[in-house]
Write a protein that binds this ligand. Structure first.
Ligand SMILES: Cc1ncc(COP(=O)(O)O)c(C=O)c1O
Length: 374
């Protein structure tokens, strides 16, 4: 049975229940953990601008490595070489690196290691990427949510002010998801250095690969209360392989390993080889970054022309206000136009988050949303 036939027979296509299920999950900044959502959005007819994936596929060097590694899939994997290669990229030692099945695994581990006792609070901007706050909340942590500034920047001053005696952790993304906005390096660096040493600061740099700004990684050598999060999902096109990592002081990494047996993470033989090869695929990264820029211009030209509130993104997703559009645009885009984007609630204000596809995808997107302008 073809995928489409299976989806039809299982009622995943066109069923009203299905659409409402998808739309119900759209108000939060959720990205991918919804099986039926994933099934439907792989349909050829659907333009998937919903999960900040790489629209150019898997980095070619990684693809070759995956195919070559197929015959090794009967063997358990030893990921030491990948850990060392990542460590040397950052001029650190393997004791500073922890690999995970996607950065999601490391973000979850950060939450588990600090909130497993169900006590304490997490300070985080909202809206932001959901995984770490979601796991912390499930464990019983108190959520202290801090609004973005009027420019949709992470508000570091208010994050600092929001700290309570119970605060164990601060989590922020730079650039931020869903806005794609970023803090200047000097601002985020001073903030990182000023966070009280009894509070762990988790800085998610998954989108920093899209800009030339320096990472905060050099700080970890002398600062134990800092964990930096990185991913292979975006610029290397390996979202489906699941590979990410955390970088921290050796003692901090040891602390994370209290909750995960060393070497027993979710990384497969194929993922491991893909990761090793991807790190050398500079041509693919260069091509993607330049195309991503070109595609953003298509979107921004349209939004500027229509005077729609929007913010320059330094990542591969961008938000714009839904004020000038049909209230149901996001759900109609999926059901009628087969374009999958997200609706973001920013403290009562509604935005569309669109992942940046190829320039032609963005052309189709802006032509399509035109009809929803009010
Ligand atoms: C800010 C941020 N961090 C982490 C992730 C998770 O990425 P991964 O695929 O590495 O688990 C995402 C995914 O979209 C993200 O937007």
């Amino acid at each position: 049975m073809h995928r489409r036939d299976w989806l039809k027979s299982s009622g995943l296509i066109l069923g009203a229940g299905f659409w409402s299920e998808i739309m119900a999950s759209q108000t939060a900044c959720h990205d991918f953990h919804h099986t039926s959502e994933i099934e439907i959005s792989y349909e050829k007819e659907i333009l998937r601008l919903s999960s900040n994936e790489n629209p150019y596929g898997v980095a070619p060097k990684a693809k070759k490595a995956i195919i070559d590694a197929m015959s090794l899939a009967n063997r358990y994997v030893n990921t030491d070489q990948l850990t060392s290669k990542i460590a040397s990229k950052w001029k650190l030692g393997p004791e500073n690196i922890i690999l995970g099945a996607g950065s999601t695994e490391i973000l979850s581990l950060c939450a588990i290691s600090h909130f497993h006792d169900g006590k304490g609070s997490l300070v985080t901007p909202r809206p932001t990427f959901f995984i770490l706050p979601a796991v912390a909340e499930k464990l019983g942590a108190e959520m202290i949510n801090v609004r973005l500034t009027s420019d949709k920047l992470v508000d570091v001053e208010n994050l600092m002010m929001a700290i309570k005696p119970s605060t164990k952790m601060i989590y922020l993304c730079n650039p931020n998801n869903p806005t794609g906005t970023k803090l200047n390096h000097s601002v985020i660096k001073s903030f990182a250095e000023a966070v009280p040493k009894n509070i762990m600061l988790v800085v998610d740099e998954v989108y920093l690969d899209f800009v030339e700004d320096p990472s905060l990684i050099p700080l970890v050598e002398n600062q134990k209360n800092l964990i930096i999060i990185k991913s292979f999902s975006k610029i290397y096109g390996l979202a489906g392989m699941r590979l990410g990592y955390g970088v921290a002081h050796a003692d901090t990494i040891k602390g994370l390993y209290k909750f995960l047996e060393k070497g027993v993470n979710g990384i497969t033989q194929l993922t491991y080889h893909a990761g090793l090869a991807a790190l050398d695929d500079h041509d693919f990264v260069k091509m993607y970054l330049s195309k991503n820029h070109e595609a953003k211009e298509v979107l921004y030209n349209y939004l500027k022309q229509k005077n729609v509130e929007h913010y320059y993104s330094y990542a591969n997703c961008s938000v714009f206000s839904l004020d000038k559009f049909d209230k149901a645009m996001v759900s109609k885009l999926l059901s009628d136009d087969k374009i999958f984007v997200r609706q973001i609630d920013d403290w009562g204000n509604q935005y569309c988050r669109v992942s940046i596809g190829k320039p032609e995808d963005m052309g189709l997107f802006v032509n399509t949303i035109q009809k929803y302008l009010i």
